[in-house]
Design a protein around this ligand. Structure first.
Ligand code: BG6
Length: 506
């Protein structure tokens, strides 16, 4: 964990300051950074939004957000008051130049009052149609030029497809330098995801076996219990592939498959991540059907409560062709991974909330034990559980105590809860601190975003052109469509899931 650090005075603008993200994630994260003494000694948080708030009512709403969503719970009154004095609200129309002139004045005032000129973070927690409007207006009032002082943070989606992602990158790079652009993928800020790098490159044990000679297959599964909730309007134009695979799942693939970077420098690490995406074998139109599966959830019962099918959700077209589940099989064409299949799947309304990476090793070359010695013969498996359980398990065969030689699989477990006494930071805390410090390692670079889109475009186009005739094809509280089981079963494997933990830690 980082210890206290000194960060330049900062003005942190939240475009979309009255939205969900600000109250649920951004302000709680900034507040926790403040508690942990990671905020600069001089800072201002400016929430911008169209909803009418007074300064008082805005601060109150943010306090409610922190109370409900922060890992540290209800703030202590005195500490909150000291933090909240730095929060301001600007009732603003993002399409008016005047808004940006006001911002410029606020920054000038901070510069005058503070001990040194402020860094400025523009956080775009708004719908993508505002990205160009905001970026261009900021440029007009010269709030973008200073490479060292001004940063822009963009929430996904980074484009809707390859073409729009390229257009967005061109627009942003016409105004900002790449070193000023922070494209957030919150998965990269998760503790367990970050630990992948430590686990792989800070231990001598794993790298020698981390390749095609020892690994049989890799699977990455991100299942959610929740449905689309009140995000149907957005989701119905997105779907699982765009919403989860293009970003979060491919990031996980990169961390599993990347080569060792020369150093922990931002571009060194990002270069190695992009290399993975470039090496993934493009999906071939003839074989697409054998390597991809889509699904859409039906209604059903979850923990005794009746839930809607996707097509009945608010904001969703009743004949929607949008997938809420996607599974893909692909190969990474390089020396390390040649012929090792990678399987990824993600879906909403599935049986369990669980994000896991499972690496299955090849079998022993020769079995010396009689067949009846092995009750359950399980090849070695490494399971990295990202959430809700945060753990790394190595499954090995062991002899069960007793007079007979009976083998069964056991887990060697590194479990965060049992190992560490303090809670780790939330993903947004880690990422916002990196923005404040100017560290881009955990952010996506333009080329990475584009390669990810390029890879998925054949699948997106295939699914968009061909209406699925069997939607909805999996019931709520299941593991997705049967075809997804077949996708992996035909290679002799099955999707791995952790036993449901009784006390999930979120
Ligand atoms: C978001 C997606 O990026 O990630 C959501 O838009 C999804 O649809 C969420 O629910 C999952 O994130 P987490 O951290 O809950 O796994």
């Amino acid at each position: 964990m980082k210890t206290e650090i000194s960060i330049k005075p900062t003005v942190f603008m939240i475009f979309g300051g009255t939205g969900d993200l600000a109250a649920r994630k951004l302000i709680p994260a900034l507040y926790n950074l403040y508690l942990d003494k990671f905020m600069p000694s001089q800072f201002a948080i400016i929430g911008l939004g169209r909803t009418e708030y007074t300064l008082e009512s805005y601060r109150k709403e943010m306090l409610e957000g922190v109370t409900e969503f922060s890992r540290s719970g209800k703030p202590d009154t005195k500490t909150w008051k000291a933090f909240a004095e730095n929060i301001r609200f600007l009732n603003a129309d993002l399409e008016q130049e005047k808004t940006y002139q006001n911002l410029s004045q606020i920054i000038d005032k901070c510069d005058d009052e503070w001990t040194e000129p402020a860094n400025v973070v523009h956080y775009l927690a708004v719908a993508p149609r505002f990205f160009p409007i905001i970026a261009e207006n900021l440029a007009k009032v010269k709030l973008t030029q200073d490479k060292c002082r001004c940063r822009i943070v963009i929430e996904k989606p980074f484009g809707h497809d390859l073409e729009s992602a390229k257009a967005l990158n061109i627009l942003l790079r016409g105004i900002f330098d790449e070193s000023q652009i922070y494209r957030i993928d919150h998965y990269l800020g998760k503790e367990t995801v970050q630990n992948m790098m430590a686990f792989r490159f800070a231990n001598a044990l794993f790298e020698p076996v981390w390749n095609r000679n020892f690994i049989e297959h890799v699977q990455i599964s991100v299942s959610e219990k929740i449905g689309v909730g009140d995000r149907g309007g957005y989701y119905d134009h997105s779907g699982a592939l765009r919403d989860m695979v293009q970003n979060h799942l491919l990031q996980l693939v990169c961390l599993v498959a990347m080569e060792s970077p020369v150093s922990f420098g931002a571009d060194e690490v990002r270069n190695r991540r992009v290399d993975v995406l470039k090496a993934i074998r493009p999906f071939n139109a003839q074989e697409l059907n054998q390597n991809i599966v889509r699904g859409q959830y039906n209604g059903g019962w979850v923990e005794g409560e009746e839930v809607n099918g996707y097509r009945e959700e608010k904001g969703v077209n009743p004949q929607s062709n949008t997938e809420t589940f996607a599974a893909l099989k692909f190969f990474v064409d390089n020396w390390r991974w040649q012929n090792v299949p990678f399987y990824v799947r993600t879906g909403k309304r599935m049986h369990q909330q669980s994000s896991i990476i499972s690496i299955q090793f090849k079998d022993v070359p020769h079995k010396i034990f009689p067949d009846d010695a092995a009750e359950i013969w399980q090849q070695n498996r490494l399971i990295i559980s990202i959430q809700p359980e945060m753990s790394i398990r190595l499954q090995v065969q062991a002899k069960r105590p007793g007079v007979n030689m009976v083998l069964n699989p056991v887990d060697m477990v590194f479990d965060y809860q049992g190992t560490y006494t303090h809670d780790g930071p939330e993903a947004y805390e880690t990422l916002l601190l990196d923005v404040l410090q100017g560290d881009q390692t955990l952010f996506m670079r333009a080329d990475q975003v584009e390669v990810a889109w390029e890879l998925l475009m054949p699948v997106i186009e295939f699914w968009e052109k061909k209406t699925s005739l069997n939607f909805p094809n999996y019931s709520a509280d299941s593991w997705g469509p049967e075809l997804a089981e077949a996708l992996i079963a035909k290679d002799g494997f099955h999707w791995y899931s952790l036993p449901v933990s009784k006390k999930p830690k979120s």
